[in-house]
Design a protein around this ligand. Structure first.
Ligand code: BES
Ligand code: MN
Ligand code: ZN
Length: 497
C-alpha cells in the first residue's frame, strides 16, 4: 500500500472509498460537504448513533446517492475537547484497519480534518502515512498457507479539500514519512525474522543488499579484524556461538561539503540466550528481537538515502549471538576492550554493553559530529518506562533536546534519564577497571553509565529501546521503532549542522 497526496473535492472525488472525520456529533469540513451532496445522509447516520464515540470507531456507507465515491467511511475523531495526537493516531489507525478489510483498491482520506489544531497539516500527513503503513504491514513470508488474504487497497490518497494546491511542506512531509515507513518496514522484517534465519552473516548480507539499492558504502569486518583492533569485549560475547560475528560499517554521503558525520550504532545481537548466565525459558523466543537497534539503524540509513538527506551518516552494527557453550565467556572473566579499559564480566547476559563499548571506541575514527547508539539494552528500562517511551541518555543537552523533539514530532517518544556520576559507583570492580553490571537498582541507568565511559571523546546519546522495539502477546512482532525518530532527528540535525 502506498500513500499519495492531492487536492480533491469530497462531492466529486472518484474513489473506492472516501474517508471523512467526525468530531462527536459534528461532521468535519469535508464530511459536511459530502453530506450536503448526499442529501443529509451522513448527518442522519451520525445522529442515529451508528458511529461510535471513541476515536477510531468507523461506519461504512455503500454508494451514497449524490457522491461519486463507491463508499464512504466515517471515522470518529472523539470529542473535540480531547483531540490530540493520541486521538488523531487512534482515528487514523481505525480508518486504516477498516480500509484493510474492504474490497476497495484505492481510498481518499480528507486529511485536513484529522489535523491537531496547534500541530499543523504536515504533522497530520506524517502521522497518516506512518500509522497507515504500520496498519498495512504484514509478515507472512514464513507461512506456507496465507491465512488472511492480503488487503486489496493499493493506494491511500491524502486529500486536501480546503487548499487550492498541495503545499510544498505537505508534500515534503509525505515523502519523509514514506521513507521512514519504508525504513520501519525493513526494520520490522529484520526484527521478525527468527535467529536461525537472521544470523549475523545474514544480517551483513541484508546490509549489503540495502547498501546496493541505496548506493551506500559498506564494509564488513570479520573476527580477525576485530582481534587486530583489540575488540576484546565484542569477541568475548561471540565466543560461545558457532555463528561468526560481523561488524557492519555503512556509509551514506549526502553532505554538499566535507562534514563530520553523524554516527548511528545499532545493537545487533541476533539471539540473546544470556550465555552462561542463561536466561529463564519463558518468552526467551523474544530475544530474537535483540538486534532491533541494528535493524533500526539500517532502516534509518535506507530512508535517509532515499530522501537524499543533506548530511553524512555512518552506520555501525556489531552483530553476533550470545550463546552458552564450552568456549563461552564465564562470569568473572576479565577482558580488554578496544579503548584499553578492562572489564570484569560478572554477568554474561549484560552483553549488549560489551559489543557496544567496542563499537563506541571504533566510532572515534570517523571524527563524529555526534554518536547515537540504539539498543534493546535492559529489562530495567521496560520496568521504568513500559512500552511507551524509549529511554534516552546523553552527555550533551542540546543533542538530547533534538532527540526529544524528533520523538515528539513522530510520536516515537523518548524520556530522558540521568547519567549522574553517583551511579558509576555501582560499576566498581575489585579485579578490573569496571564491572559490566551494577546490580538491580537503576539498571537502565547503570547500563548507560557503562557506555558513557567509552563515549567521552564526542557528543553522544543512547536510546534504550528494550520496551518499544517489539510487542509481546497476541500482537507479537517488531514495531519498527525508533526508525521514524531517527529519520526526523537526522533531518533536523542536517538543517542545524
Ligand atoms: N537484551 C537484554 C535486555 C532485554 C531484556 C530487553 C528483556 C527486553 C526484554 C539484555 O541483553 C539483557 O539481558 N540485559 C540484562 C542486564 C542485566 C544482566 C544487568 C537484563 O536487563 O536483565
Ligand atoms: Mn542479555
Ligand atoms: Zn541482549
Amino acid at each position: 500500500m502506498e500513500c499519495s497526496i492531492r487536492t480533491a473535492a469530497p462531492e466529486s472525488a472518484r474513489t473506492g472509498c472516501l474517508v471523512l472525520g467526525v468530531h462527536g456529533a459534528a461532521l468535519g469540513e469535508a464530511a459536511r460537504r459530502a453530506d450536503r451532496a448526499a442529501g443529509g445522509l451522513l448527518a442522519r447516520l451520525v445522529a442515529q448513533g451508528d458511529l461510535g464515540a471513541k476515536a477510531g470507531a468507523t461506519a461504512l456507507v455503500y454508494r451514497p446517492a449524490g457522491l461519486a465515491a463507491e463508499r464512504v467511511l466515517l471515522v470518529s475523531l472523539g470529542e473535540r475537547a480531547d483531540y490530540g495526537v493520541r486521538a488523531m493516531r487512534e482515528a487514523l489507525r481505525g480508518a486504516a484497519q477498516a480500509l484493510a478489510g474492504l474490497g476497495a483498491r484505492d481510498a481518499t482520506l480528507f486529511v485536513e480534518d484529522f489535523a491537531v489544531a496547534d500541530r499543523g497539516l504536515e504533522d497530520a500527513v506524517r502521522h497518516a502515512v506512518l500509522v497507515a503503513r504500520e496498519a498495512f504491514y504484514r509478515f507472512d513470508e514464513l507461512k506456507t498457507e496465507k491465512k488472511a488474504p492480503a488487503p486489496k487497497l493499493a493506494t491511500l490518497a491524502l486529500a486536501l479539500a480546503a487548499a487550492p494546491r498541495v503545499p510544498a511542506s505537505a508534500r515534503a512531509a509525505l515523502e519523509e514519512a514514506t521513507a521512514a515507513a519504508d525504513g520501519a518496514d525493513l526494520a520490522r522484517r529484520l526484527g521478525n525474522l527468527p535467529a536461525n534465519i537472521l544470523t549475523p552473516a545474514r544480517l551483513a548480507e541484508e546490509a549489503r543488499r540495502v547498501a546496493r539499492r541505496h548506493r551506500l558504502g559498506v564494509r564488513v569486518l570479520e573476527r580477525r579484524h576485530m582481534a587486530r583492533l583489540g575488540m576484546g569485549a565484542l569477541l568475548a560475547v561471540t565466543r560461545g556461538s558457532h555463528q561468526p560475528p560481523k561488524l557492519i560499517v555503512l556509509r551514506y554521503r549526502g553532505a554538499a561539503r566535507r562534514a563530520k558525520p553523524l554516527v548511528l550504532i545499532g545493537k545487533g545481537i541476533t539471539f540473546d540466550t544470556g550465555g552462561i548466565s542463561l536466561k529463564p525459558a519463558a518468552d526467551m523466543d523474544e530475544m530474537k528481537f535483540d538486534m532491533s537497534g541494528a535493524a533500526s539503524v539500517l532502516g534509518a540509513l535506507a530512508a535517509l538515502a532515499q530522501l537524499r538527506a543533506p548530511l553524512d551518516v555512518v552506520g555501525l552494527i556489531p552483530a553476533c549471538e550470545n550463546m552458552p557453550g564450552g568456549a563461552a565467556t564465564r562470569p568473572g572473566d576479565v577482558v580488554k576492550t578496544m579503548s584499553g579499559q578492562t572489564v570484569e564480566i560478572l554477568n554474561t547476559d549484560a552483553e549488549g554493553r560489551l559489543i557496544l563499548c567496542d563499537a563506541l571506541a571504533y566510532a572515534e575514527r570517523f571524527a563524529p559530529a555526534a554518536v547515537l547508539d540504539v539498543a534493546t539494552l535492559t529489562g530495567a528500562c521496560v520496568i521504568a518506562l513500559g512500552h511507551v517511551a524509549s529511554g534516552l541518555f546523553a552527555n550533551d543537552d542540546r543533542l538530547a533536546e533534538m532527540i526529544e523533539r524528533a520523538g515528539e514530532e513522530t510520536w516515537d517518544r523518548v524520556w530522558r534519564l540521568p547519567l549522574w556520576e553517583d551511579y558509576q559507583e555501582q560499576l566498581r570492580s575489585n579485579f578490573a577497571d569496571v564491572a559490566n553490571v551494577g546490580g538491580r537498582p537503576a539498571g537502565a541507568v547503570t547500563a548507560a553509565c557503562f557506555l558513557s565511559r567509552f563515549a567521552k571523546k564526542y557528543r553522544w546519546a543512547h536510546l534504550d529501546i528494550a520496551g518499544t522495539a517489539w510487542r509481546s502477546g497476541r500482537e507479537k512482532g517488531s514495531t519498527g521503532r525508533p526508525v521514524p525518530l531517527l529519520v526526523r532527528f537526522a533531518l533536523r540535525y542536517a538543517e542545524r549542522a
